[in-house]
Design a protein around this ligand. Structure first.
Ligand SMILES: *[C@@H]1O[C@H](CO)[C@@H](O)[C@H](O)[C@H]1NC(C)=O
Ligand SMILES: *[C@@H]1O[C@H](CO)[C@@H](O)[C@H](O)[C@H]1NC(C)=O
Length: 233
């Protein structure tokens, strides 16, 4: 499945680089046998530019840029963005997120913002009681998790924050997330991991931190089914 997606992307990269106009912004509907059809947009610099191109039937959208490009999540009008269900920014470049954040995405279920040089998290990027269920912030530069960081993401089931620079984590960081099932905190600089006693997390990845041999992990282990101490291979 991933092979096909990367083939499609490689094809599109080679196409766009051989074009006469290298700044061409465009979105194409990608038909895929192996995954849901999605819309791939190239060379967009901001969410405003996406919102100008958006069509009403586009619900799964991915942005492809050069990795060093900035991509600005700016203030934009809500045209059709409120219908988008999945947004993949993992190849959009360096994210610069305004205070308005992702608030126009009223229906967003899945956000992949991995590999985007994110260094801060603002709880107000999302609408209250956002339907977001899947959030990937892996491979970024987050340093700490605070108490209210996820306060609007009450429907979150999957959260990946692996491979960041986390060295501090408030014990209440995930307390409001009563549906959170899978949490990946692996490959950070955490010396202690405490999810609190009421955590709903059932599958937890904590490998490759600074937990030491006594694995300073606290939480209600009886309700938790899988704790992976090692990094996934
Ligand atoms: C986002 O796109 C990348 C590159 O195509 C892909 O590897 C990744 O699996 C996608 N993320 C999601 C959540 O589908
Ligand atoms: C989290 O993201 C990392 C890096 O993108 C990936 O290797 C890992 O499999 C993800 N974790 C889960 C639980 O999917």
């Amino acid at each position: 499945m991933n092979v096909i997606v990367s083939l499609v992307i490689t094809f599109l990269i080679s196409q766009t680089t051989s074009e006469t106009n290298p700044t061409k912004k465009e979105c194409n509907f990608i038909k895929s046998k192996s995954r849901l059809d999605f819309v791939l947009c190239t060379k967009l610099m901001s969410l405003s530019e996406l919102s100008e191109l958006m069509q009403p039937n586009w619900v799964d959208v991915a942005i492809l840029n050069r990795p060093s490009f900035p991509f600005v999540v700016d203030y934009h009008d809500a045209r059709f963005l409120n219908r988008v269900l999945t947004l993949n920014l993992s190849r959009a470049g360096h994210l610069k997120i305004s205070e308005h954040g992702f608030k126009d995405f009223h229906s967003l279920k899945s956000l992949d913002a991995s590999d985007t040089k994110l260094s801060t998290l603002n709880p107000d990027w999302f609408i209250p009681r956002s339907p977001l269920a899947f959030l990937d912030f892996s491979n970024n530069e987050l340093r700490s998790l605070k108490m209210n960081n996820f306060k609007n993401l009450l429907n979150l089931r999957f959260l990946n924050i692996s491979s960041n620079n986390l060295d501090k984590m408030d014990v209440h960081a995930f307390a409001a997330l009563k549906k959170l099932d899978t949490l990946d905190l692996s490959s950070n600089n955490l010396r202690e991991i405490n999810l609190g006693h009421s955590s709903s997390v059932k599958t937890l990845f904590i490998g490759n931190n600074w937990l030491g041999s006594n694995k300073r992990f606290q939480g209600d282990a009886t309700s938790r089914k899988n704790i992976f101490l090692q990094q996934q291979s």
